[in-house]
Design a protein around this ligand. Structure first.
Ligand code: AHG
Ligand code: MN
Ligand code: MN
Length: 303
């Protein structure tokens, strides 16, 4: 629900342990300098591919360096696992938190000025560990407005940035829950490469449940649709890519935590993404997130 009184992220985070609140506020505070850089790095790619051999957008690698630097400067982060780092960044052994980072999700949307964002997982324990160990996870969405959606054990809250300087994020939605009845569906990957059961299930959601197609090409943007309107987002297993595309540690687990704390369900087709013990920190996973009854029906169709 939308609160009557204007509450800043700083004030609202007081319900959390002080160190966690401090880290989350710092993650919010880095947005203004980060976004000031966007116009200068919308085009261009790095000449060296990343550890997956993928082309890296100029902004991907700059944002990674900037965010890691700011996280270390909080003095609260001892280790960072990032999609854009060859190996984890180790620092300040005694600091309380370990962070996973997709510094820029939706790189293909940068040059076309479509939504993109940042995905963060926060742990006290070191990895590898299951997503259930998350202390918090959040995503930032650089859309028409900039928002942060944060999941902690207290629930899922959305904040919108509308002032520079201090108190620049204000509470927009408190204790978010997916709507009972799902309205939208987004699906990534080559649909002609979908396994038969997934193809049929997708068709049934559109034809019978009348879910409307909403797909922007960035997980953060497509996820936000499902969080607000209910339904399903998936980047499924494909016949030629059985592990799908999205990365379990950097994308699936932090976002799976948000959808489950908002009353929905995440799955790799068999179980919750939060129940998987990641074998390889860079590993991919088929990903299904949305209303519990839809995701459970999909798991049944795949059984
Ligand atoms: P990233 O930019 O961090 O690599 O993530 C891109 C991901 C995700 O945001 C999106 O859902 C998916 O890639 C889109 O993949 P396709 O371009 O293959 O559709
Ligand atoms: Mn991503
Ligand atoms: Mn990325």
């Amino acid at each position: 629900m939308i609160p009557e009184k204007q509450v800043s992220l700083q004030e609202h985070a007081r319900e959390l342990e002080p160190e966690l609140a401090k880290l989350i506020v710092a993650i919010g505070d880095m947005t203004v300098p980060l976004q000031n850089e966007f116009p200068h790095r919308l085009m261009g790619v790095k000449n060296a591919p990343n550890k997956y051999g993928e082309v890296v957008a100029e902004l991907d690698s700059w944002a990674n360096g900037f965010i890691c630097d700011r996280l270390i400067k909080t003095g609260l982060v001892r280790k960072i696992y990032s999609e854009e780092l060859e190996s984890p960044l180790l620092y300040n052994e005694s600091a309380p938190f370990v962070v996973t980072l997709d510094p820029l999700d939706g790189s293909s949307n940068i040059a076309s000025n479509n939504p993109f964002g940042t995905i963060v997982g926060i742990y006290r324990k070191d990895l590898p560990c299951k997503g259930r160990e998350l202390v918090a996870s959040l995503f930032k969405l650089y859309g028409p407005v900039t928002t942060i959606v944060l999941a902690t054990k207290k629930g899922v809250h959305e904040y919108v940035k509308h002032r520079t300087g201090q108190a620049n994020y204000m509470l927009l939605h408190e204790s978010m829950k997916l709507p009972e009845k799902g309205k939208v569906i987004g699906f990534g990957g080559d649909i002609t490469d979908y396994p038969e059961q997934i193809y049929k299930f997708t068709k049934s959601l559109v034809k019978e449940k009348k879910l409307k197609l909403r797909y922007c090409g960035a997980f953060v943007g497509d996820f936000s649709q499902v969080l607000h309107y209910g339904g399903l987002f998936m980047y499924p297993m494909l016949l030629n890519k059985p592990e799908g595309k999205l990365r379990l540690t950097y994308e699936g687990i932090p976002m799976g935590n948000i959808v489950e704390r908002a009353g929905g369900k995440s799955s790799n087709g068999k179980c919750s993404l939060l129940e998987i013990m990641p074998k390889d920190v860079d590993g991919r996973t088929p990903l299904y997130v949305g209303n519990r009854e839809i995701v459970e029906a999909l798991e049944k169709a795949l059984a």
